[in-house]
Ligand binder design. Structure first.
Ligand code: GLP
Length: 245
């Protein structure tokens, strides 16, 4: 696991956007998986800008959405689906057939999970997975206590996730479950970037890097991946011991 610290959110986001662009330049049919949320928002904007400026062709890329709120329709602007479509996918012109987002309205959610696992496996795995971190150490919706060997699954959301999750929605929604890629997918990805910014993430970043790997703090799995990078701004790094930095 590598740790990279950037001056601020702008510098962090620009570097992650460059990683995406480089991936697609080197492997035009790459499989890219991303989280939605406040953290990767600027990365999405900058990826779109850089791809236009440098004429990067995303038409052969496969995109996998990390997770989704069960029961929230894709038209809801708080859904992960809406986020990806409006902040990234439409602008990058990735063909619809190569975009795989969980249908959180499906009557058979287990089938959605099997479908996603099959797609990822048929594509030969994820080349680059870009994730954020929740205030309870979750990745995607892999909540505290989740086993590290799961692939896609449905999960009852942690009270902290339910409470913080309200920030994404303009009007109240009934949230209770999530559908998410599993941590086995993370371990099987060729490269994983965990990004975080701001003071409020400093403690979870410290725990991710400095505490013992444990299912009760899912992000600690990053320590076990050989090609994992924690990319953070100075604020999110401020609780790290000097020797860790
Ligand atoms: C959310 C999502 C995650 C996301 C994390 C952090 O609940 N399920 O995929 O990475 O929490 O979100 P944010 O970047 O908004 O802090």
């Amino acid at each position: 696991m590598q740790i990279k610290i950037y001056k601020d959110y702008q510098a962090l986001s620009a570097t992650v956007a460059d990683e995406i662009i480089e991936l697609v330049k080197n492997k035009p049919d790459a499989v890219l998986c991303m989280a939605s949320g406040s953290t990767p928002l600027l990365t999405c904007t900058l990826t779109v800008e850089k791809s236009v400026k440098n004429n990067i062709d995303f038409s052969r890329v496969t995109f996998i959405g990390l997770d989704e709120w069960v029961g929230v329709p894709p038209q809801n602007d708080g859904s992960c689906h809406w986020f990806f479509q409006n902040h990234l996918l439409q602008a990058l012109k990735i063909p619809a057939a190569q975009i795989h987002l969980f249908d959180a309205m499906a009557s058979n959610l287990n089938e959605e999970c099997s479908k996603m696992d099959k797609i990822i496996s048929e594509k030969g795995g994820i080349d680059l997975m870009i994730v954020g971190i929740g205030m309870n150490g979750h990745i995607g919706f892999n909540e505290p206590g989740i086993s590290f060997d799961k692939r896609s699954h449905i999960i009852n959301l942690d009270p902290m996730t339910l409470s913080i999750g309200k920030k994404y929605f303009n009007s109240p929604v009934a949230l209770s479950k999530g559908i998410t890629l599993g941590l086995q997918h993370l371990m099987e990805s060729k490269k994983v970037i965990l990004m975080a910014n701001g003071n409020k993430k400093a403690d979870v970043i410290r725990r991710t890097i400095e505490e013992t790997v444990h299912t009760y703090f899912p992000a600690s799995i990053m320590q076990m991946h050989l090609q994992s990078v924690i990319m953070i701004d100075e604020e999110a790094a401020f609780k790290l011991k000097d020797e860790t930095k």
